[in-house]
Design a protein around this ligand. Structure first.
Ligand SMILES: [Mg+2]
Length: 287
């Protein structure tokens, strides 16, 4: 999403600066509808999330695997899923950490709007969040209800901005998902000084709980952000490095729409224009 954010901001700044930067925008262009040609590059990725039965089956499969490991992970006091959890955790009560966007809540409707409007994140994102009507990812609700019934604490660690906390809480509650009130279980970016890296939030939870599973759609939902900032081929090696985690302690939801995999194509330095982004995308094809 950040590439599109940068591109959007670039054009916005160009507009604010009276179009004095290198983009040639004249008064006639301002009245023209915004082209969605660049956003259309995401079309099939978004349709996969919105129309495919395969995606639903895959998510059900993921949460079924998590469910199958619940009892073992609860009763084995040496079991931990968090790299931040190093010692003295055997007697702590069990907890599961989930990311929110594209792990628990399905924001593909927002992504669909970006294609229709030709404008993407952050344009319209806060409005979408405040609508609080993102559906649940297939399989997550049954899994979380089962975990909660077995005494597992559920934490949501999200990089949604703190401004969206109330709406996110409403969205999760309306879907009937566990959301305890005895402590803060919905940990937003920007809240309590938390940055994008989720390591400190996992470490904080690990002080009081034994983290038995982590569910996310990004490598950085499991690992320190810096460790995941690699070129695509090196980054793939992380899947192998942590091969013992997947499917028992770590559960990855497919995100074909956006994420660190896209940032990796740009060497984590998002292009400020659509042509460069398109060129780098093409260069990363492997014929
Ligand atoms: Mg996510």
């Amino acid at each position: 999403m950040k590439a599109r954010q940068s591109i959007y901001l670039f054009f916005l700044l160009a507009f604010i600066n009276g179009c004095a930067v290198s983009v040639n925008v004249n008064n006639e262009d301002i009245d023209k509808p915004i082209s969605n040609e660049f956003q259309k590059q995401s079309l099939l990725g978004i349709l996969y999330a919105q129309t495919s039965t395969e995606f639903i089956a895959n998510n059900m499969q993921t949460f079924a695997a998590a469910s199958a490991h619940l009892d073992e992970s609860i009763f084995d006091s040496s079991w931990t899923a968090a790299l931040e959890q190093i010692n003295n955790f055997n007697d702590k009560p069990p907890a599961i950490i989930l990311d929110v966007d594209e792990t628990v809540l399905d924001n593909s409707a927002f992504q669909a709007r970006t294609i229709i409007n030709g404008l993407s994140y952050p344009n319209g994102w806060i409005d979408w969040g405040n609508e609080a009507r993102a559906p649940a990812v297939a399989g997550v609700a049954d899994f979380l209800k089962e975990a909660e019934s077995k005494g597992v604490k559920i934490f949501y660690v999200t990089n949604r901005v703190a401004e969206l906390e109330d709406a996110t809480r409403k969205n999760l509650e309306d879907l009937g998902l566990p959301l305890d009130k005895d402590r803060d279980v919905l940990m937003m970016k920007g809240e309590s000084g938390w940055a994008s890296d989720k390591t400190s939030r996992r470490a904080l939870i690990a002080e009081d709980y034994r983290i038995i599973m982590i569910v996310g759609d990004q490598l950085s939902d499991f690992l320190p952000r810096q460790e995941t900032a690699l070129a695509p081929e090196e980054r793939k090696m992380l899947a192998y490095k942590y091969r013992n985690m997947w499917g028992s302690k770590w559960f990855m939801i497919t995100n074909s729409m956006y994420g660190g995999w896209e940032a990796s194509i740009y060497d984590f330095n998002y292009p400020d224009n659509e042509n460069t982004a398109t060129k780098l995308r093409m260069e990363n094809l492997q014929p």
